[in-house]
Design a protein around this ligand. Sequence first.
Ligand SMILES: C[S@@+](CC[C@H](N)C(=O)[O-])C[C@H]1O[C@@H](n2cnc3c(N)ncnc32)[C@H](O)[C@@H]1O
Length: 225
Amino acid sequence: MENLDFYNWFDKISIKLETRKDSFYQIFKYLDKIPEPITIVETGCLRIKDNFSGDGQSTLLFDKYTQSRKNNSKVYTVDINPSATKVCSEIVSENVSINTGDSVKYLNTLSKEFFKNKTDVSLFYLDSFDCDWKSPYQSAQHHLKELVSIKKILNKQTLVVVDDSPIIGYLQQSNVKKDTLEFMKPGLVPSPTISGKGSLVHEYAVHTGAKILFSNYQTGWVGFN
Ligand SMILES: C[S@@+](CC[C@H](N)C(=O)[O-])C[C@H]1O[C@@H](n2cnc3c(N)ncnc32)[C@H](O)[C@@H]1O
C-alpha cells in the first residue's frame, strides 16, 4: 500500500470516525513529515469490530498507515483484556505486535528495549483505562503513569496523543447573542484546560513546556523532551 492509497482508504471511512475524524487526519499529516521507519505505540487496542464512532478503531488505522510507509514501519499495541487482543488480532495485519497485559508495565519494559536499541517512536497513542466522566481521575492517573514509563524515550518530535481528552472550561452566554456561549475570562475562574484521560498529562505538559499540537476530542502534544 502506498501513502496515497492510505489516504484513499481513509477518506472513504473517515466520516464514520465522527468527532475523531479531524484529529486522526492531523495525526497522519504530522506522521507524513517524519522519516521512515514510522513506529507507533498504542495502549488500549481495537476491541469491537467496526466500532468507528464509539472507540475509533485506532489499531486498524495505524496498521493501514504504517503499511503505507516503508522501512519496517510498525505498530505495537497492548491491552489488559485478552478478549480485546483476540478481536484485534483477527482484524489487523502481522505488522502489529499485539500484547496482553498492563500498559504501564509493558511500556516500561518496551522503553528500556527501545532505549537500548535506539528505536525512535513517532507516535504514542494512549487510550487504555476507560474514562468515567463523573470521576475521571483514576483514568487520568493511569495515563500519567503511562507517560512516566515512556518519558526517557520521548524526543523532540515524538507526538503523544491521548484519546477522550477534550478542552473543558467555564462558560457564559455571550453578550451579543444570548444563545451562544463563550469561555469566561480567566481571573474569577480557572482558564480552560484539558479534561478526561489526558488531564494530568496536560498538567505535566504545562510544567515542562510541551505544546498542544491539536485538541478536539483527542489531544496531541509535542516537545515533552
Ligand atoms: C477505549 S478502549 C481502546 C479503544 C481503541 N483504542 C480503539 O480505538 O478502538 C480501552 C481499552 O483499554 C484497555 N485497558 C484498560 N485498562 C488497561 C490497562 N491497565 N492496561 C492496558 N489496557 C487497559 C481495556 O481493556 C480496553 O480494551
